[in-house]
Design a protein. Structure first.
Length: 180
């Protein structure tokens, strides 16, 4: 792997370590062992650990928001269909990285800033879906905030991905959220 290793491999390994063990698990030595390379390889791609952490936050911001929105928007459909797709994608994800970033953000200003940017972008997107569904701005904002908090709560509970959770999503939660 060493001859094909690039910066993104270190970022992916860092994010995996973060999801598995929190920010304390993101250590150059541990990542080098996991990637089966020397620590020198790390310094070829990054100045220091803070540079890796910055790259990890940038990657998380792109994947946790932009990539998901792109997946929701790709098939098209009306606002209800896209909201259902969004909720389904989120309910099926394991949430470990999300919770690890949130824990990191509780102790670190850069992570807190990245989380705030992601939260703001996600809320704006969900609010737009409710606006397209026909709710006024105030109600769309309130519904977006409620839906978003519920999704983050799903991660905290660790019950995402189950058939029961997906069934509740389709049969109860989504109809409740879009009912006028």
């Amino acid at each position: 792997m060493a001859d094909k290793l690039d910066r993104s491999d270190w970022v992916k390994a860092g994010l995996a370590a973060l999801a598995a063990g929190g920010i304390e698990a993101v250590r150059v030595e541990r990542l080098a062992v996991a990637l089966k390379v020397s620590k020198g390889s790390f310094y070829w791609h990054f100045r220091d650990r803070p540079a890796l952490l910055t790259a990890m936050l940038e990657s998380w911001q792109a994947k946790a928001t932009g990539d998901i929105i792109d997946r929701v928007e790709a098939p098209g459909g009306d606002a209800s269909a896209r909201l259902a797709a969004l909720l389904s994608i989120v309910f099926r994800s394991d949430g470990r990285l999300e919770m690890a970033v949130r824990d990191w953000a509780s102790r670190d200003a850069a992570a807190r800033e990245a989380q705030a940017i992601v939260d703001q972008r996600r809320l704006a997107y969900v609010e737009r879906l409710f606006l397209e569904h026909g709710f006024d701005a105030r109600e769309a904002g309130a519904r977006a905030r409620f839906a978003y908090q519920a999704l983050i709560g799903q991660f905290s509970l660790g019950s995402q991905g189950s058939d029961e959770a997906i069934g509740l999503l389709r049969e109860v939660i989504l109809p409740m959220l879009i009912r006028h």
